[in-house]
Design a protein around this ligand. Sequence first.
Ligand SMILES: CC(C)(COP(=O)(O)OP(=O)(O)OC[C@H]1O[C@@H](n2cnc3c(N)ncnc32)[C@H](O)[C@@H]1OP(=O)(O)O)[C@@H](O)C(=O)NCCC(=O)NCCS
Length: 169
Amino acid sequence: MSAVPDPSFALTITAPGPGHGVAVHDLVAACPPLDRNSLYANLLQCSHFAPTCALALQGDEAVGWVSGYIPPSTPATWFLWQVAIAPSMRGQGLAQRLIADILARPACAGVRFLETTITPDNEASWHLFRGVAKRLGAPLAHETGFDRDRHFGGRHDTEMLVRIGPFAP
Ligand SMILES: CC(C)(COP(=O)(O)OP(=O)(O)OC[C@H]1O[C@@H](n2cnc3c(N)ncnc32)[C@H](O)[C@@H]1OP(=O)(O)O)[C@@H](O)C(=O)NCCC(=O)NCCS
C-alpha cells in the first residue's frame, strides 16, 4: 500500500498578499536576531513590494520569508531587507530557494546586483550569502553599511553592507 501525500505538508513558494501580513509578522518575531518591524510595515511589504518578496507556505503555515525591494535610485539592484526561516525548516536550502524565486521574476529582469546588510556575528547569514554568490557565479564585496555609533546611536550592532554582482539575469 503506498502512502498518500498529505497536502498540508506540501511546500509552496509564492509572492505574498496583504492577507499574509500577520503570518509574516509572527514568523519574523520567531526568528531572532531579526528586528521586528511594525505590522503595518509588513503589510506594505506584502502589498506594494509583493513582486520582490517571497513567502514559503507549508499548508497554511508561513515557514519562510524574504523581503526586499528595488531602490528607486539603483534600478539594477535588488536590496534584500530580511530573511526568516522557521527553525524547523533551516539547513534545507529554503532561504536560497526563496531568493532564487524572486530573482527569476519579471520584476527582477533588470537586476544585476544583490545587496543586503548583515551583522558581523551572524554566521548563518554570512554562509547563506556566500552560497548565494557562489550559485550566481558573482563576486561578493562588503564594507560598513550602518555603523553602531554613527548611525544607530549605540543601540544596534553595526550592519555590514554586502554587495553580490554583477550577475547574469
Ligand atoms: C540565516 C537563515 C535565513 C538561513 O536559512 P536556511 O534556509 O537555513 O539557509 P540555507 O539552508 O539556504 O543555507 C544556505 C547556506 O548557509 C549555510 N548555513 C545555514 N545555516 C547555517 C548555520 N547556522 N551555520 C553555518 N552555516 C549555515 C548552509 O550550510 C548553506 O551553505 P551552502 O550554500 O554552502 O550549502 C536562517 O538561519 C534564519 O532564519 N535565521 C534567523 C534570522 C536571520 O538571522 N536572518 C538573516 C539576517 S537578515
